[in-house]
Design a protein around this ligand. Structure first.
Ligand SMILES: Nc1ncnc2c1ncn2[C@@H]1O[C@H](COP(=O)(O)OP(=O)(O)O)[C@@H](O)[C@H]1O
Ligand SMILES: [Mg+2]
Length: 470
């Protein structure tokens, strides 16, 4: 796989090139401004000198060969301006005056004639660049051409080293900016390295590790918080799973060792057929208990983990309760327990959910109620509805559940042993209420228990609209 550039390197290069570009543009502007400044300065000087020369020429009478007075005057007027090249000629290209440093030729006269230029302009001749002015002055009957020029190559003595220095400075500044960028990026990414170190420490036995989420930049604290929440969920699920498997192992150990001991005792010496039958029958009972416990545990695991209700459909609570009454009728009748359904004043008892799960939840409450209702007692299912929720309560008469027990009844495998199996229901596994609670939670509802005044009430609350969204 192609190795990608690290973020630090990318940002460092970005800082370097972007600041270099900005500095180069900036330097370009400075160079242009200086060149413009030189041009203005030269322009002003040219105009000034032209004026002076004009004055001198107007005061001196020029004869063909006697230019000594003109030369004298010009030389003294141009003292201190050795960089200025001067050429004065007449229209016939006869040179009347030429400054010492002048490389100008009288051909400019013809040039000036051709373009009629009187403004300063640039030209290049023999690899020398000039900025100058060519002006025609009238004196008596003669036309006199004055050429004034600055050799621009003189500016290069300043500009070339200046440009080199400027370029080196931009490069050094860009390098410094790149190094600073590298430092800032490394510092900025430091929390990510901390998170990486922490993440490396997370193992099944060390799920309590948390990412540092304070004292880090906001962008990273968001990530750290999200990771911490994920770890929290994982830790919770993992703890539950561990607890669950521990509980399963613990709960299965007793019936399995019972079965083993019973069978080993039976096999320890020859016995008659009735004894063997008795042992097998007792084993069958234990197997049944084990089977129902395993089914319950599987169901609980399903309700606990696969919280999304794939089979959500409309469930009529009143109908479901009535159907369950039919099933439990015989059992209740045997104990002279009356079963009653009160849903008459509720027009709509429909909720959304998984019908088999809801049936199981109500059935668990009913079987508990039947087991705990004394003879001649009563069990009532009341369906209520408010603006916010629909509820189903299973109320049975019987001794109040002590508060010490009440706080534990929803725990898995929590069961209070009963001396008599009076109602013909097999002894519970302590998973019934845990399953009911898991089911109701999966439906985004809640289960509330109250037990006082000789009545125990388990109320299932389904919030309006919540189950439908599942
Ligand atoms: N209607 C009820 N009246 C009194 N006690 C109850 C009732 N329902 C549940 N309990 C108590 O809650 C405990 C846990 O119930 P459950 O989880 O269904 O387990 P199990 O029925 O297998 O014992 C029961 O052992 C019992 O002590
Ligand atoms: Mg039960």
């Amino acid at each position: 796989m192609k190795r990608k550039l690290s973020l630090t390197l990318r940002l460092t290069l970005f800082y370097f090139f972007s600041s270099w570009l900005v500095l180069l543009v900036f330097s370009g502007v400075i160079i242009l401004a200086i060149q413009h400044h030189f041009k203005l300065q030269d322009q002003q000087k040219l105009q000034g000198k032209l004026q002076i020369i004009n004055n001198i020429i107007s005061r001196v009478t020029i004869h063909n060969n006697t230019n000594s007075q003109l030369s004298e005057n010009l030389r003294s007027a141009l003292v201190g301006h050795e960089d200025l090249q001067v050429l004065i000629s007449d229209s016939k290209k006869t040179v009347l005056y030429r400054s010492q440093n002048s490389t100008l030729s009288s051909e400019f006269v013809a040039f000036e004639m051709a373009i009629g230029a009187s403004k300063p302009f640039h030209w290049t001749r023999d690899k020398q660049s000039y900025f100058g002015i060519i002006a025609a002055l009238a004196q008596a009957q003669r036309s006199i051409i004055v050429v004034l020029a600055f050799n621009q190559n003189n500016h290069d003595t300043f500009m070339i080293p200046f440009k080199k220095t400027l370029l080196s400075c931009t490069l050094i500044a860009a390098l410094i900016s790149g190094i600073l960028g590298w430092l800032v990026t490394r510092r900025g990414l430091l929390p990510l390295y901390l998170i990486k170190d922490k993440a490396l420490k997370v193992t099944a036995s060390q799920l309590d590790q948390r990412m540092p989420d304070s004292d880090v930049p906001i962008e990273i604290s968001g990530l750290a918080v999200a990771l911490n929440q994920m770890l929290e969920r994982l830790e919770y699920a993992f703890t539950r799973l561990t607890q669950f498997s521990n509980e399963i192992a613990h709960e299965l150990r007793t019936p399995l060792s019972n079965l083993m001991i019973q069978t080993q005792v039976a096999l320890s010496k020859p016995r008659d057929i009735d004894t063997y039958r008795g042992v097998l029958e007792s084993n069958v009972e234990e197997y049944q208990r084990l089977t129902s416990m395993l089914t319950d545990m599987l169901f609980l695991a399903k309700a606990d983990n696969s919280i999304n209700l794939v089979n959500a459909e409309a469930i009529n609570l009143a109908e479901e309760a009535a159907n369950l009454f039919e099933f439990y009728d015989a059992l209740a009748e045997g104990q002279n327990i009356s079963l009653k359904l009160s849903a008459n004043h509720v027009a709509n008892t429909v909720i959304n959910g998984d019908v088999s799960m809801i049936r199981r939840a109500i059935s668990n409450l009913l079987s508990n109620a039947i087991r705990h209702t004394p003879k001649h007692g009563s069990i009532e299912i009341v369906i209520g509805k408010t603006l916010q929720y629909t509820s189903l309560s299973v109320i049975n008469s019987g001794p109040d559940i002590p508060s010490s027990i009440l706080s534990h009844i929803f725990e898995r495998f929590y069961t209070v042993a009963h001396s008599d199996k009076k109602h013909g229901l097999t002894e519970g596994t302590g998973l019934g209420l845990a399953i009911t609670q898991a089911i109701i939670k999966a439906h985004q509802g809640e289960i509330v228990v109250t037990s006082n005044g000789g009545f125990t009430c388990f109320q299932l609350i389904f919030r309006e609209g919540k189950q439908a969204s599942q």
